[in-house]
Each structure stands twice: as structure tokens, then as C-alpha cells.
Design a protein around this ligand. Structure first.
Ligand code: HEC
Length: 116
């Protein structure tokens, strides 16, 4: 298993070199893939429960803080943002959810949030 990963990586790395002269050098004998732990910062705020549809559709890519720090936008502008997320960034937002999302985003901006 580990051997096939290393061979696979060698093939991938060989593919990265100049197309005319592919390198077939072996990886160093002590080469190994290792796991590393990282600690992500805790979110300072959560979206309110009433805005669950925003949590579901937006927080895969954005922190709650980022969503909450946007300028107050009207419905048409939020709709344009949602369209942009879908077309420019390939967000899988179901168009059937658009109206509920816009309403939740507007309501959320009118509601003060409490820190976690
Ligand atoms: C597939 C990932 C993805 C999803 C899901 C997503 N966005 Fe984005 N969004 C991005 C990227 C990438 C950018 C551009 C970089 C940045 O500003 O973070 C962006 C930028 C933004 C911006 C900054 C202004 C702009 O137009 O660039 C806003 C506001 C925003 N998103 C709101 C939302 C909202 C609201 C949702 C949920 C309805 C959402 N996003 C869902 C990827 C996503």
C-alpha cells in the first residue's frame, strides 16, 4: 500500500517535469508521507438558528463572521451575490432555496448577534 503510494507519487512527480525529457529519478529511500495536526481558530460567532439555511448553504466556504460582516444589502443585491456564488464559485445552492436564503440573509442583518 505504502509502496504503491510512493510509486504513484513518483509517477505524478515525473509528469511535472519538462514534457520533452521526463525524469524517472527514484525518491530518496527515507521519503515518507506523514500526517500533521493543525489547529484551526475557533469561530468567534455563530449564525442564529433562524438562519440555518444560510449555515447550510454558505458556511462550507465562509466563516459565520465573514457572512455577518457584510454591508447591509437589499434583496436584489443578495440575490446577485447568490447567483455569483453559484456561477463564479460553483456553490451548489439549489435555486429553490434562493427566496428563503435572501429572506434569511436580510433578517439576519437586522438581528444583533451574540458572540459564542
Ligand atoms: C463553493 C464555495 C462558496 C459557497 C458555498 C459560497 N461562497 Fe461566497 N464566495 C466564495 C468565494 C471563493 C468568494 C471570493 C473570495 C472571498 O471573498 O472569500 C466568495 C465571496 C463572497 C462574498 C464577497 C463579495 C463577493 O461577491 O466576492 C460574499 C458576500 C459571499 N461570498 C457570500 C456568500 C453567501 C451569502 C453564500 C451562501 C448563500 C456564499 N457566499 C456561498 C465561495 C463560496
Amino acid at each position: 500500500m505504502r509502496r504503491s503510494i510512493i510509486i504513484g507519487l513518483a509517477v505524478v512527480l515525473a509528469g511535472c517535469s519538462a514534457p520533452s525529457a521526463p525524469k524517472t529519478e527514484a525518491l530518496p529511500k527515507d521519503f515518507a508521507l506523514r500526517s500533521a495536526a493543525i489547529t484551526l481558530p475557533a469561530d468567534q460567532v455563530s449564525l442564529p438558528p433562524a438562519a440555518e439555511i444560510v449555515t447550510i448553504n454558505c458556511t462550507a466556504c465562509h466563516s459565520p463572521e465573514m457572512i455577518l460582516s457584510q454591508p447591509v444589502l437589499d434583496a436584489a443585491t443578495w440575490q446577485k451575490e447568490i447567483d455569483k456564488m453559484r456561477t463564479a464559485y460553483r456553490a451548489s445552492i439549489d435555486p429553490k432555496d434562493d427566496a428563503a436564503l435572501v429572506a434569511a440573509l436580510i433578517k439576519m442583518q437586522q438581528t444583533p448577534t451574540t458572540p459564542n
